[in-house]
Design a protein around this ligand. Structure first.
Ligand SMILES: [Zn+2]
Length: 459
């Protein structure tokens, strides 16, 4: 019997349940799911004791291999440095990563994500082919390598094989994009291989990604959507850069989000990643659609993308989650803090993320919104400490907060605004303790392998 099957129980002095903060909560789990949750209890022998139990977040948007260039793209090499010059560096890395490299890089990243307080990620995966553009014998080779890494780290993954057919609107792929080349049949084959190997695994979900409107065309978009199961999550990069909006206007005659909403039934299955450059009408339409805006504030800041129109979107109950995207800095606290601080700097106001007229904790609103948005976009059956949901939680110690004796929503504000990172002690993912006292059991070997791979990739 595996550790997952053995089950166990956690006793928390404070736990954040779907009904809000509750005290003296006992949470039992078995076969990877919560089987009993009750407040006002006493601890029982064998329980794991903690001060605070939180449902962990999902990073709904990740490109794992980019962790191998974190911090290496901060030198100006071109007088007109931009997203597009950064992308050249990223392509140079993408052209060299083997399946084994991918396993090593992703395992290190996923371990860091667990320590940061994520137990699920959406991997927007487009490194499909060999570096010279041929298909691997198993077309899902690279996707399965990413899943192997998630399983080694013990994190949940929603793998999103990505349709990528064009370099830009009406333009053929460039040689440095040969690894990404895919059509709907190719993606369907990868999805089939993933289901064959991992169907029924509580830690592996799958969905579809469309790289962007510039990388798919109307025909293969329609064909692809017709080939997938009706309830599958669908992710797309959209309106990240102003240049993309201009090119879309030139080629399709409409702005990217407006075009997508006009042409495709965008609903709760969809995650629009970035959606940075929206006009007012697009903002309201996206909010009303039930889709999730996949916000990646750290990467968007790092790449100079721009800032999502948060206030009007939230005023219309728009849903959002957070993604670590380029993985330059995998941090729950930093993503949420930057989302709020970016708006404060831009508007010269405070507490911007709360809908107008609503009072209360900004930290709680950010965290709870990102929980719901992440769970919707990754479709992993987690995101809340609730019966029959996946048994994911992270524990925090009261002593690790800057101020003593914090209670309830003040804990959210204390961990997001007054700590560099979330003070995560232990992490349970799918009923397995994957982080114990701040460490992963395979931390040393995973890190050594990662360092070897990065050294080789840099030479
Ligand atoms: Zn991305």
């Amino acid at each position: 019997m595996s550790e997952t099957d053995q089950g166990g129980a956690v006793f928390a002095r404070q736990a954040f349940l779907p009904s809000g903060w509750r005290h003296d909560v006992r949470l039992s789990y078995s076969h990877g799911r919560f089987t009993h949750i009750e407040a006002n209890q006493k601890p029982q022998p064998g329980d794991t004791l903690c001060d605070i139990a939180l449902p962990p977040l999902a990073s709904l948007h990740s490109h794992a291999f980019q962790r191998a260039m974190a911090g290496l793209a901060e030198t100006r090499r071109d007088p007109a440095d931009s997203f597009w010059t950064w992308r050249k560096q990223m392509y140079a890395l993408a052209s060299r990563v083997t399946p084994d490299d991918m396993r090593a890089i992703a395992a290190q990243l996923y371990l860091e994500m667990l320590k940061a307080g994520f137990t699920q990620l959406g991997e927007f995966h487009y490194l499909h082919r060999t570096p010279d553009g041929n298909a691997y014998d198993n077309k899902a080779e690279m996707a399965l390598a990413v899943i192997d890494a998630a399983q080694e780290a013990g994190i949940g993954i929603t793998i999103l094989p990505t349709l990528y057919s064009h370099a830009g609107f009406g333009r053929a792929l460039a040689p440095e994009q040969a690894r990404f080349r895919s059509d709907p049949d190719f993606i369907a084959e990868i999805l089939g291989a993933i289901t064959a190997r991992h169907g029924g695994d509580i830690m592996v979900q799958h969905g579809l990604a469309l790289h962007s409107l510039r990388a798919v065309d109307r025909q293969n978009l329609a064909q692809m959507l017709g080939m997938i199961a009706p309830d599958l999550p669908i992710h797309i990069h959209i309106a990240e850069q102003q240049r993309e909006v201009t090119e879309c206007l030139d080629y399709l005659g409409r702005r990217p989000v407006a075009w997508l909403m006009d042409e495709v039934p965008v609903d709760h299955r969809w995650c629009l990643v970035h959606a940075t450059h929206l006009d007012h009408d697009e903002t309201l339409r996206l909010a009303a659609s039930g889709a999730v805006a996949g916000l990646c504030p750290v990467t968007e800041a790092n790449l100079g993308d721009g800032f999502f129109p948060l206030e009007p979107y939230i005023a219309r109950h728009g849903r959002f989650g957070i993604g670590t995207d380029s993985n330059v800095l995998p941090s729950v606290a930093e993503e949420l803090r930057l989302l709020e601080y970016g708006r404060r700097l831009a508007t010269q106001k405070r507490c911007c993320a709360l809908p107008e007229g609503m009072l209360g904790s900004v930290g709680r609103f950010l965290y709870e919104s990102a929980l719901k948005g992440g769970a919707q976009a990754c479709a992993h059956g987690g995101g809340k400490l609730a019966l029959h949901h996946r048994a994911d939680l992270c524990t925090l110690d009261q002593a690790d907060f800057a101020l003593p004796d914090l209670q309830n929503d003040a804990l959210f504000d204390g961990m997001i605004f007054a700590r560099a990172t979330l003070p995560v002690r232990n992490v349970l993912a799918g009923g397995r303790w994957v982080i114990k006292n701040g460490h992963h059991p395979q931390e040393a070997s995973i890190q050594a392998r990662f360092r070897d791979v990065v050294r080789r990739l840099q030479h």
